[in-house]
Design a protein around this ligand. Sequence first.
Ligand code: SF4
Ligand code: SF4
Length: 213
Amino acid sequence: MDDPENTDTDFARARVSFPGEEARLPWLAMLLDAYAIVDTGVAIAIKEQEEERGVKLACRKGCEACCTQSDIPVYPLELVGLYWFAAEKISGPERDTLKQNLIFHTKGRPCPFLMECACSVHAIRPVSCRQFNVFGEPCAPGEDPFFTRRDDVLTPVKAYTNRAFSVMLPFYDVKETTDEAVDRIINGEVINLQSFDWKKLVRTMEGYDSRNP
Ligand code: SF4
Ligand code: SF4
């Protein structure tokens, strides 16, 4: 198993920063640290699995079938991150389009954050989106490769996933940093992005708009 402690350079490269907001919102630094750990682990897993299997990653910009899946896990801290990013960082016509997507979103439609074949919350997208990667052929519309060709779906390195979730444990007021504590969060707190009532986020965005005309 790879040692997550040996990847400081990769971590620094992967870490997205919002310095002003991180000073104001303590949970944000924790979430961005966790995402950088996940991205580091994903990059390592892709390289290893491409070399071992002699296949190339199919994922690329503009490829979006995975954003129409019916089950996209999101954890509470990730939801807070999505709320923050949508309310404070998305502006202009994209903000109007996002509000419409959120108002009309129902399970069975594409993820409401998908806009013009791209993720509008890319910097803060959930772990499940970061870890879902496919080798060989791009996913066909409506295909869930987890069921049609499991071998082509990236297997994340568990040590990185566990370390990322352990970084988030203080948000859940969990003091231990054991794998068991991480498993409790992973198994107990998950929400399905596609079943969530996103109209609540529209109200949050409108509240922000009225305070920041
Ligand atoms: S998971 Fe599938 S649909 Fe998503 S980017 Fe990769 S190949 Fe494209
Ligand atoms: S959050 Fe972004 S990457 Fe994840 S499903 Fe939605 S649009 Fe796709």
